[in-house]
Design a protein around this ligand. Structure first.
Ligand code: ARG
Length: 400
């Protein structure tokens, strides 16, 4: 008896996921492997990937274009939540995993598979995100993760694959481990493993080096409707188009790089480099628009919710009751978050230089230092008396 009869495998076309195919069949007794590649805008050629899966022994090779859903159903919620893990990482990789898990589970149900599989190792966050998401969506499916158990080195993996006719297309083998999609690139390994070493310029693709960015600033205007970005420079944009264009424009000014030491869920600190031009600017602009349209208490309370939201998305709990409850709160707060934010891009900086909204809570009559001032200055005195009373009592007790 094998570990499963029919398996749907998350497939990227890389060596590890390719080797999973014969490994599942020959070592774990799986009868049939169906591969599923998700098009998340990573820019890979998907036809060769289909071919490769079939050559590696898959009975069927599926490709799903999920770009629209990725932005609409996953990234937009994260923007409304101003989601930055450890205050910095806009979760490009983390947001893709629950979507991939969803289509894996759907395919498993459609093709009558009894298990899903992925090529994650045992050290990362992605295994957690896949396993927990799949369990949430269909707890009856088995989850197989060969690379978590096979204990083969990179060289051994390639050699194993070659036995089954899997070419090691490790052309001048990139020393980096890179995950890429519409929301950005996550880059690890190689020289980056030394936290003291400056990342070499060659790792970047979406963001220009400051030396090569334009010498003139560029202004862009991002329009939001209920917390969702809908226009760029006044023109309505479809979700994918908006993110693609923003990646271009923002990356061209060298904005969007992150170099951080990150705390993985499995307890390891890792050095991560991210490029995420569109997401970083969208979150920055969105948060700014909130400062104009939300009351102080909602803004402040939401910060804590955002922190929790970022952690649970990072930690693989996209499909969880807590996530659903936070979503309900966040959605409610977004009802008034419509308007436009003006951003200046220049030499690696994105600076918010203006914002306006029909729902603005900013009151010029109250804020002004000019003659139009409507604020009742005398009322401040009584307010401060009551506000400061506990402190006054405390001090008197202490000093007496
Ligand atoms: N550390 C990031 C995360 O957990 C990115 C991991 C991406 N994987 C990679 N092969 N670079 O979301």
């Amino acid at each position: 008896m094998g570990r499963a009869k029919k398996v749907v495998l998350a497939y990227s076309g890389g060596v590890d996921t390719s080797v999973c195919i014969p490994y599942l069949m020959h070592e774990w007794g799986v009868e049939e492997v169906i591969t599923l590649a998700a098009d998340l805008g990573q820019g890979d050629e998907l036809d060769p990937i289909r071919e490769k899966a079939l050559k590696s022994g898959a009975s069927e090779s599926l490709v799903a274009d999920v770009k629209d859903s990725f932005i609409h159903d996953y990234a937009f919620g994260a923007i409304q939540a101003n989601a930055l893990y450890e205050n910095r990482y806009p979760l490009g990789t983390a947001l893709a995993r629950p979507l991939i898990a969803k289509i894996l589970v759907e395919a498993a149900q459609k093709y009558g598979a009894d298990a899903i599989a992925h090529g994650c190792t045992g050290k990362g966050n992605d295994q957690v995100r896949f396993d927990v998401s799949c369990a949430a969506l269909n707890p009856n499916l088995k989850i197989l993760a060969p690379a978590r158990e096979w204990g083969m080195s990179r060289e051994e993996t390639i050699a194993y694959g070659e036995k089954f006719g899997i070419p090691a297309v490790v052309k001048k083998s990139s020393p980096y481990s890179i995950d890429k999609n519409l929301l950005g690139r996550s880059i690890e390994a190689g020289v980056l493993e030394d936290p003291a070493a400056e990342p070499p310029e060659e790792i970047y693709e979406m963001t220009k080096a400051i030396a090569n960015t334009p010498n003139e600033p560029e202004y862009i205007e991002i329009g939001f409707n209920k917390g969702i970005p809908t226009t760029l420079n006044g023109t309505p944009k479809k979700p994918v188009e908006l993110v693609e264009q923003l990646n271009q424009v923002v990356g061209n000014h060298g904005v969007g790089r992150i170099d951080m030491i990150e705390n993985r869920l499995v307890g390891i600190k890792s050095r991560e480099i991210y490029e995420s031009p569109a997401m970083l600017v969208l979150i920055q602009a969105h948060r700014d628009l909130e400062s104009l349209t939300l009351t102080a208490d909602v803004t402040h309370y939401k910060r804590g919710v955002e922190e929790t939201y970022s952690q649970i998305v990072y930690n693989g709990l996209w499909y969880s009751p807590l996530k659903a409850a936070l979503d309900a709160f966040i959605l409610k707060t977004q009802e008034q978050v419509s308007g436009t934010v003006r951003v200046k891009l220049f030499k690696g900086n994105a600076t918010i230089v203006g914002r306006w909204s029909d729902n603005s809570l900013y009151s010029p009559d109250l804020a002004t230092y000019g003659a139009e001032d409507q604020f009742d200055h005398k009322a401040a005195e009584g307010f401060i008396y009551v506000w400061g009373l506990p402190t006054r009592v405390w001090s008197q007790r202490l000093k007496s």
